[in-house]
Design a binder for this molecule. Structure first.
Ligand code: AMP
Ligand code: ZN
Length: 110
């Protein structure tokens, strides 16, 4: 989608810090981190949310998270978040998974 910032990142029309790439998936550092480690794992193809993503790509996203956790020393634990839709407070309509680590998280979230 031409007006999607994450499509622009995928197409290198917008700069970002890419930390992982595979056939269908990319991961970039979040521009506004809420943890000492905070990246976003997303499909290269535009899907609006987890409701419409090809479930097959979820396998590749899981694999990406496993590799990122290993490469970035997240062995003490981390949090994966997908904000979906209005109630989930999704702000970028290109499905993505926040991977946050290197601090203690609370439960339940706000
Ligand atoms: P969400 O609210 O779940 O849709 O998350 C969107 C995330 O994208 C936020 O954490 C933003 O900080 C992040 N973000 C927005 N623009 C960029 C960008 N150009 N590069 C990296 N992260 C971004
Ligand atoms: Zn997009």
């Amino acid at each position: 989608m031409s007006d999607c910032i994450f499509c622009k990142i995928v197409n290198k029309e917008m700069s970002s810090t890419i930390i992982f790439q595979s056939t269908n998936v990319i991961a970039v550092m979040d521009i506004n981190p809420v943890a000492p480690f905070h990246c976003l794992v997303l499909p290269k193809e535009h899907y609006t949310s987890i409701l419409t993503i090809d479930p097959g790509i979820m396998v590749e996203i899981t694999s990406a998270i496993q590799i990122i956790a290993e490469e970035h020393d997240l062995e003490e634990g981390f949090r994966v978040v997908n904000n979906c839709g209005k109630y989930g407070q999704q702000t970028v309509d290109h499905v993505h998974f926040h991977v946050m680590g290197k601090r203690q998280f609370e439960w339940p979230p706000g």
